[in-house]
Design a protein around this ligand. Structure first.
Ligand code: HEC
Ligand code: HEC
Length: 155
């Protein structure tokens, strides 16, 4: 019995050897080469402390658009607004059914179109996760320089 156990332990050790060496090799490859990215110069295998959450601007009137077909920016807070399989808080104000009563902008017809341009009877699945395209605003310094200028027709 003892011999069997020892044999098992030895084979176990042999099997685990190659695994260990690849792990070491991987760690040696982790090196940002002194290049700073948006997450700073932290090495790739290090978890950097998260930045403090930015304060989203207070509710205000709609924000002017910078180009035609821009997804409008969200001029209000969205904290705790659930968008899941069971509920879509955004649609409880912005859907065609509730927008009038809630004083919110209706989602546009494009939000009812399928990928092939077919008009559906309810919001298209590809427009369900509103925050994929519409974003709240915070008073923060830009992360990268940006010289984008509003199109002439909207200036
Ligand atoms: C309690 C109701 C309510 C909820 C919930 C709500 N909104 Fe709004 N939203 C409004 C109102 C009211 C306005 C401003 C309409 C106005 O003043 O013309 C607005 C404005 C907007 C605008 C700007 C529209 C434009 O034409 O500039 C966007 C985009 C928007 N909301 C997206 C969202 C998203 C995304 C969610 C979910 C995360 C959401 N809203 C949840 C009421 C709501
Ligand atoms: C894939 C990107 C995308 C998603 C997802 C999306 N939108 Fe939009 N939304 C846009 C774009 C682009 C526009 C402007 C062009 C247009 O009207 O289609 C827009 C326009 C709007 C407008 C302004 C309509 C108007 O008549 O001025 C509202 C309000 C809005 N979206 C709300 C929502 C809500 C609420 C959701 C989630 C249910 C949502 N959107 C999901 C891209 C998106």
């Amino acid at each position: 019995m003892k011999q069997v156990l020892i044999a098992l332990l030895v084979t176990g050790a042999l099997y685990s050897l190659p695994v260990q060496s690849t792990e070491v090799a991987n760690i040696e490859n982790v090196n940002n080469g002194g290049v700073a990215s948006l997450r700073g110069i932290t090495e790739l295998d290090t978890t950097r402390k998260a930045d403090p959450m930015k304060r989203v601007e207070k509710d205000r009137s709609p924000i002017d658009r910078d180009y035609v077909y821009q997804p409008p920016l969200i001029p209000h807070q969205t904290r705790h607004y659930e968008v899941s399989l069971n509920a879509n808080k955004c649609l409880s104000c912005h859907s065609w059914k509730y927008a009038g009563e809630m004083g919110a902008t209706k989602i546009s017809v494009t939000h009812y179109q399928s990928r092939e341009g077919q008009v559906l009877s309810d919001v298209s699945p590809r427009r369900y996760f509103c925050l994929q395209c519409h974003v709240t605003q915070a008073d923060a310094a830009p992360l990268v320089e940006n010289e984008f200028k509003r199109v002439d027709s909207l200036r």
